[in-house]
Design a protein around this ligand. Structure first.
Ligand code: GLY
Length: 354
């Protein structure tokens, strides 16, 4: 059972207050907040010190396209393609950190509200834009999920180019990880030994469990979403996270809203998180309440504070939106008529267990 500490009450009080404010502010507007795009926001730091948020690029592109009349799925895929193509983002697409054998394996899913259709690929190698392949699975087959070699052959048959996705920067990090491995490493925890953190103190360690989820709603109220990732760094080859599993890393219902996730995929799979968030909204919860309730299910599974970060993002038919995480410090990107911005996610706990 989740034990409610004083800190818990304070944090929950804050988030419920935030939820109330969110509802109140939208209660005052006459029209729904549409079009709108939201995304996870990973902070990327370049070697020259330049800092940017990957999600802002995605939401801006998606918003511009929807403003120009695009279908919401075209819009979000175009948005995350910027991130998949970015060699500096080490959690998505080209430049993503590899599995334990040094091979980049990508997962992605898409879902289109107006048709209720979806597609996904998992453990896909050599293809920079797995979100585009996921869309082809949705559009060109009556399957939902293709994996590994079959997913690669499917992509090649549609003319996708086979490319090496491991950048030199990612290879250097992987080599560092290999050098630091010891008999103390095992499969039951994040396989990043503490020594590696001290060996590479300048790294932003959140990049090791990145991913991007982007959700959008058009002015007319049509909704779509995409989630794309290189998954957990140094994973066992063939490991599939939550991102390509419809209902876990992504879920869209055109009558209700959409939800997606980033963070520790295994924890999300255990609660089928994105579907849980959308069903919470169907029962009348705000996006924020819906995300927090799904996170509390994870807490309940652990019987207390979980070991890893997990984030949910959600929007509803009115263009209300939220981001929420297990631990403090997460952010998400938003673009709407008020412009583009990064907002802080609500959270359940101040920090991970020591
Ligand atoms: N959420 C991304 C992963 O666990 O692979």
């Amino acid at each position: 059972m989740l034990k409610l500490t004083r800190r818990h009450f304070i944090v929950s009080g804050f988030t419920f207050l935030a939820a109330h404010r969110l509802r109140s502010s939208f209660a005052q507007v006459e029209r729904p907040n549409r079009p709108l795009a939201i995304a996870s926001a990973n902070r990327i730091t370049l070697p020259d010190g330049t800092v940017y948020y990957n999600g802002i690029r995605a939401t801006e592109r998606a918003f511009q396209l929807m403003r120009a009349g695009s279908d919401p799925l075209d819009a979000v895929i175009a948005g995350v393609n910027i991130v998949e193509d970015d060699p500096h983002d080490m959690s998505v697409g080209y430049g993503g950190l590899p599995n334990e054998e040094g091979e980049v394996e990508l997962d992605a899913s898409v879902m289109h509200g107006p048709t209720g259709r979806c597609g996904a690929v998992a453990a896909l190698r050599y293809i920079k834009n797995p979100s585009q392949v996921a869309r082809l699975v949705m559009e060109e087959t009556d399957h939902v999920l293709l994996v590994g070699e079959g997913a690669l052959r499917f992509a090649l048959s549609f003319g996708f180019k086979k490319e090496e996705l491991l950048t030199e920067r990612a290879r250097q990090v992987w080599l560092q990880w290999r050098r630091q491995r010891s008999e103390r490493d095992h499969w039951m925890q994040n396989k990043l030994p503490g020594a590696l953190r001290s060996a590479l103190p300048d790294w932003d360690w959140r990049q090791f469990t990145g991913t991007i989820n982007c959700l959008a709603i058009t002015e007319a109220g049509d909704i779509a979403g995409v989630t794309t990732t290189s998954g957990l760094a140094f994973k066992i080859p063939g490991r599939v996270g939550d991102s390509p599993i419809i209902g876990c890393g992504l879920y869209v219902d055109n009558e209700v809203g959409a939800a997606g996730s980033t963070g520790w995929g295994e924890d999300n799979i255990r609660v089928v998180g994105a579907h849980a968030v959308v069903e919470n909204m169907r029962r009348g919860m705000s996006p924020l309440e819906a995300c927090l309730e799904a996170l509390r299910r994870v807490v309940k599974l652990y019987g207390g504070r979980p070991a890893h970060q997990l984030n949910f993002y959600a929007l509803n038919k009115n263009g209300e939106y939220a981001g929420a995480a297990i631990f403090k410090g997460a952010q998400f990107a938003v673009t709407d008529a008020r412009g583009s911005r990064v907002e802080d996610s609500a959270y359940l706990f101040e920090r991970p267990p020591q």
